[in-house]
Design a protein. Structure first.
Lengths: 361, 250, 188
């Protein structure tokens, strides 16, 4: 039996991609399937070097469609499996992920957002929000964590496995190219030592006993014959999703209690928003920040409660409005004027947010 | 002023120096391709498609109508153009990943249909632009970023024999060859014959070119050439595999 | 010891821009600061201008990139053009004195513009290959953002395996660091 990959806890200075590889190891992932695409390649590079030392496996598939479906296969076999992709690769992943959505399979996928649409840049964006949350021909029955840095990437990659296997919905860790490539200090740890409940994987197929004799065979499908069958199936998935949403949803608030201007942002942009709140408050401006951590399920009610009390909402993202659409859908009925600050594919600094927020006073 | 080398007429000087790494094989293949196009006088008929990966750096290389596509999707795009405009000479330019991994199903189907397109595939036994991951053509035991302990043939199979596969599944009328940047004159002859195959309307044409990537191979000049001249031909036989009209016995 | 710094370094691919940035941020991390380093990159594997962003702070760092740097370092003529946008009225703009033909291009709005003869000093006194370590010394000298001691430790961590094979390299690199500090302190 191989040792635990991380003993105790340790402060490290690593890139986001390396953080993901260590977290997957710590979470007990047994196999990674992947295909090269920047900026997530190093997740595979670190995994292929570390995996054999801990008895884990890897296959570089022929493309992302295959990487996604082999991941589905691993999960059906009852093994903690994950994959990672970005941009056009994420686009290809939507087919296998829609199967996971219909069949409620606990796949784990790390998305390192890059520019879009199409090939765009290999660098950064927040332009895969719509696709990761609602991609494929699905209804968005997915769990999506939007991370803001290395500590998040480590924490939420571990959590993704537990969330996926506990609640049985395809789970995504939504990072971006900045987080993947930057280096910053954070702490890696053995999750069990932190009292984190590590959920066991169970096979969907291949359970002991002869099917038909010792047990019922597993007959899994994602096809239905008649409309009413489908209606029932989707309603059931929807109901199950809504039931677990309150347990899964996560968000953070910064000085929102008396905020006149409310900054709404997610992922790495949230850091800049947090920095902006500090600067603005020091200068006497009543600014607060609401950060959804789960984009699916979205903390809509909680955001609306805060948004109702503000005088202005400023939605900030490195996309042409993908996050804004989520926000406006979730806070429907809120009368507070909402302004977007949209920079598709480009990073957003503390200084920019400070300047934009000041305009609203 | 230094003496400029003689470049084919389709060479676009405004976009030179090109962006390929020093020591890359692509410029050699592209030169052979450019010369073949110039000699055949088809510059105004060619539609040139490049894939994702280092082949994409050819997007503004030639004075040719060019489209940079998605990874592995260059073949179907050029097929789409050819079927819409049969008088065009369509060239799909890609790497070993674009042809034998993510693009393999498209390559196989275009070949089976005997689509009258010309595929030029640059084989440098790893994925260059993304930093040196394993490719279908990676050699046994070869260390890459995703086979850091060496390619394990038990787990991942042997280097893909692309031209052999294409030769086996294409009907009569297809032209299939494998050349090498270690013999650019021969490579050019193969590419020219491939393009003539399309010009004459005979069928699918496919040329794989053994190529170099000292950047990701991390080899010096001597070792780089040894790899392409001595090692790679052990797994990838250079020569013509299928020529229209050549009847074989048995 | 200064409270922190935003540093942008630009140069030709191969000049060691990312190495310098990596070692600097490592040193700051070891010093106990918050440090964030991110490289800038396009699709090509080689060539092109290489830019690195390093932020060192006591508190949390808001975004991986920034608009205005405290210190900008340009190691080639293309890098001068590329990094100008990070210059503000308080910025120290450092460029290698060896770069020709950029007098018109130098930022006119910088706090200070310093020409450091790093390449010359490296060639004449040390070894051409350590010129980027001289530059690193200059950055440390100008910002005082990490201690020389921690910088040496970070150099050791990154290049220790090379020093093992040739201990004289250690002396060379340390000396390069110190020369860099001297060069910039003479100018400020």
């Amino acid at each position: 039996m191989t040792d635990k990959p991380i003993q105790g806890e340790q402060k490290v200075f690593m890139t986001g991609n390396e953080a993901v590889a260590w977290a997957a190891l710590a979470a007990g992932a047994q196999i990674m399937y992947g295909y090269p695409i920047t900026p997530q390649n190093e997740i595979m590079h670190y995994w292929t070097r570390l995996a054999p030392k801990f008895g884990r496996k890897f296959l570089q598939t022929e493309d992302e469609i295959s990487a996604g479906f082999t991941t589905v296969g691993g999960v059906l076999a009852g093994v903690k499996t994950f994959t990672a992709s970005a941009g056009p690769g994420n686009t290809l992943m939507q087919e296998p992920m829609s199967m996971a959505e219909m069949m409620r399979l606990p796949t784990v996928m790390v998305v390192t957002q890059r520019g879009g649409p199409s090939t765009a840049t290999v660098i950064y964006s927040q332009q895969e929000v719509t696709m990761t949350c609602f991609g494929g021909n699905g209804e968005g029955f997915r769990i999506v964590y939007s991370t803001s840095g290395q500590q998040d990437l480590f924490d939420y990659t571990i959590k993704a496995f537990n969330t996926a296997w506990k609640y049985r919905f395809p789970t995504f860790v939504l990072g971006d190219g900045y987080q993947s490539k930057m280096r910053e200090p954070f702490i890696i740890y053995d999750p069990e030592l932190k009292g984190i409940e590590m959920i066991k994987a169970e096979p969907y197929m291949g359970n002991p006993g002869t099917p038909g004799i010792d047990r019922d065979p597993a007959h899994l499908r994602n096809t239905y014959n008649m409309e009413d069958e489908l209606l029932e199936a989707v309603r059931q998935i929807g109901a199950a999703y809504e039931k677990i949403a309150p347990e899964v949803v996560e968000y953070e608030q910064f000085e929102t209690v008396d905020a006149e201007v409310l900054l709404v942002a997610h992922g790495v942009v949230s850091r800049a928003a947090q920095g902006a709140v500090k600067v603005l408050r020091q200068q006497g401006y009543k600014v607060g920040h609401f950060r959804p951590i789960t984009l699916r399920p979205f903390p809509g009610a909680e955001l609306k409660a805060v948004a109702d009390k503000a005088r202005h909402i400023l939605v900030i993202e490195s996309s042409y409005g993908q996050f804004k659409k989520l926000v406006t859908d979730e806070i429907y009925g809120c009368a507070t004027p909402l302004l977007p600050y949209l920079k598709p594919g480009e990073g957003i600094t503390v200084e920019e947010i400070v300047a934009e927020a000041k305009k609203l006073f | 002023m230094s003496i400029q080398p003689q470049m084919p007429a389709v060479w676009r000087t405004e976009t030179k120096p090109h962006k390929f790494c020093p020591g890359c094989g692509h410029p050699l293949v592209l030169k052979a391709l450019g010369e073949a196009i110039a000699e055949l006088g088809i510059q105004d008929k060619v539609m040139f498609g490049c894939d994702i990966g280092c082949s994409l750096l050819a997007w503004d290389f030639f004075n040719l109508d060019t489209v940079q596509t998605h990874h592995g999707r260059t073949t179907p795009i050029m097929v789409g153009i050819k079927r819409a405009k049969p008088e065009a000479i369509t060239i799909a330019y890609m790497g070993d990943g674009g042809g034998y991994a993510i693009g393999s199903q498209h390559l196989v189907n275009a070949a089976m249909r005997n689509d009258k397109v010309t595929v030029v595939l640059v084989n440098n036994i790893q994925y260059g632009m993304t930093g040196g991951q394993m490719a279908p053509t990676t050699l046994p035991g070869q260390k890459t970023e995703t086979s850091p302990y060496g390619r394990d043939v038990e787990a991942t199979g042997y280097p893909a024999q692309g031209p052999e596969m294409v030769a086996a599944i294409t009907p009569e009328g297809a032209y299939v060859a494998r050349g090498t940047v270690a013999n650019v004159r021969q490579l050019k002859r193969f590419i020219k014959k491939a393009l003539e195959n399309q010009l004459e309307g005979r069928g699918f044409s496919f040329v794989e070119a053994l190529s170099l990537c000292p950047t990701n191979w991390a080899t010096n000049a001597k070792e780089t050439w040894r790899l392409v001249e001595e090692e790679m031909p052990k797994f990838f036989k250079v020569g013509e595999l299928k020529v229209p009209g050549e009847k074989k016995e048995g | 010891m200064a409270k922190g710094a935003k540093i942008a370094i630009g140069g030709e691919g191969g000049q060691g821009v990312q190495s310098v940035a990596n070692i600097l941020s490592e040193a700051a991390y070891e010093e106990g600061f918050e440090a964030l380093y991110i490289p800038n990159f396009g699709v090509e594997q080689r060539g092109g201008v290489s830019v690195a962003y390093v932020q060192i702070a006591e508190g949390s760092i808001g975004s991986p990139k920034f608009k205005i740097a405290d210190i900008v370092v340009a190691l080639s003529d293309r890098a001068v053009y590329r990094t100008k946008k990070y210059v503000g009225p308080q910025t120290i703009f450092v460029y290698d004195a060896n770069i020709k033909g950029v007098e018109e291009a130098l930022p006119k709005n910088a706090g200070k513009v310093l020409a450091i003869p790093a390449i010359k000093v490296a060639k004449e006194e040390l070894h051409p290959r350590v010129f980027n370590v001289v530059i690193m010394g200059a950055v440390i000298g100008a910002t005082q953002v990490v201690s020389l001691e921690k910088a040496k430790a970070a150099l050791e961590a990154k290049l220790g395996y090379k020093f093992e094979q040739d201990p004289s390299l250690r002396e060379l690199n340390y000396k390069a660091l110190e020369r860099g500090v001297e060069l910039v302190q003479g100018l400020i």
